[in-house]
Every structure is written in C-alpha cells, then in structure tokens.
Design a binder for this molecule. Structure first.
Ligand SMILES: [Zn+2]
Length: 216
C-alpha cells in the first residue's frame, strides 16, 4: 500500500492536480496573461510528482492530454516546456509549495524590465498586499526579486534558489519573482492560493506602474 504523504496540497491526486492546472491556464488566458501559447502552470500531486503544462499549447484550450505528469527526480519528459526546470527547482527547494503559475502578464512584464537594474520591486503602502500569505498590513515591505531574463533555465533556477535562500528574517519575500521583459512566477500552498497571489501581484504591479508615472 502506498504511503500517504502529508502535504499542503493534500488531496491533490493526479486527476485533481490536472484539473487545477487546466483551470488555472484557462483563467489566465481569459485575463490575457498568456498570449501566443506563453506561460506554464503546475500543481503538486504528491511529494515526488507534479502535473505541468506541456510546451507550446494555448493555455485557453488546455486538455488533459496537454498536462504532463513529471516526477521531480527524473529527467524532463519529452514535450516539456523550456521553463519546466524553474518549476521543478521550486518544488524541490520548497516542500510547502503546492502550485506554481507562470504568466507573461503586461504589468509584471513591464515593471520587471524597469526594475531589472535594481534587482527587485518593493511593494509598500498597498492594501492589496494583504492578499499575499503572511502579510497583515499595508505597512509591510514586500520584496519581489527581479532577475535578468535568461534562456538557460537551469542556470536561472540556481539563481532563484540562491536569492530566496539569502532573504533575511527582516524581509517579507513575495510568493513570486519577476523575469525582466518576460513575466511573473507566483506560487502558493494550494492552487487557490497560487491563483490569489498571481492575481494580487499583477494588480499590485499595475498600481505601481500607475503610481510611478506621478512620482519622481
Ligand atoms: Zn515564460
């Protein structure tokens, strides 16, 4: 009999995880966050496996056949997205993560490019910050790391890991990061939490871009 693994995404059997990934992709497509087959979506099935979108598919028309069941300790499956290593690395490093959604949404993509030299976006003063797990006040300083875009996603995954490991207790690290001129990765303990984080972060970046137009 298989051992039951207790995880934040508990209850996510394979079919459930696949359904969550499909739903997340469709929602993001409806928001115009994944143009031209961009973006990728994954959910944890158990300690050793994830469900993840395959390469090159319209996220608004996802079918179960477009979702790969990827073991975390095995080589990437054929038809994997070039960005699958970024998902696998996060699941490895953070056992509490239950879902990761990646989009090429407008505000995230633009603010990442504006903030590339600084290497981060600080969110502060926005009520909506409280949609991020663990943030209880608009006065919190939430740091979203920004990385230069990189086609070698194995190298990029190592940079992301090092950056999150280096965060001190005094910094509230956002449940996500930005790639300059590329987009946003956001995650959560469950698919619902990841979806909330994705929506909140994109809205917060949109607020920031508007605000910066009026401040020196
Ligand atoms: Zn991408």
């Amino acid at each position: 009999m298989a051992t039951t693994v207790h995880l934040a995404g508990e209850g996510n059997d394979e079919a459930h995880a696949v359904a969550e990934v499909i739903a997340a992709g469709r929602r993001a497509s409806a928001r115009h966050w994944v143009p031209a087959t961009s973006g990728n979506f994954s959910a944890r099935i158990d300690a050793g496996r994830i469900a993840i979108t395959r390469s090159g598919v319209d996220k608004g028309a996802l079918l179960a056949a477009d979702i790969l069941i990827q073991p975390l300790d095995a080589p990437l499956l054929p038809r994997s997205s070039a960005e699958a290593p970024l998902h696998v690395a996060l699941y490895h490093q953070h056992p509490e993560i239950g879902a990761i959604f990646h989009v090429h949404s407008p505000a995230a993509t633009v603010i990442a490019r504006l903030a590339e030299a600084e290497g981060r976006v600080i969110l502060n003063g926005w009520e909506l910050q409280k949609a991020l797990a663990g943030v209880t006040t608009h006065e919190a300083r939430v740091e979203v790391p920004v990385f230069a875009n990189e086609q070698d996603t194995e190298t990029l995954a190592a940079r992301v890991d090092a950056r999150f490991a280096a965060f001190g207790a005094d910094v509230h690290a956002a449940p996500g990061y930005l790639l300059s001129g590329h987009g946003l990765y956001a995650w959560g303990r469950t698919p619902a939490e990841a979806a909330r984080h994705l929506e909140a972060l994109e809205a917060l970046f949109d607020f920031e871009l508007s605000y910066r137009r009026f401040t020196p």
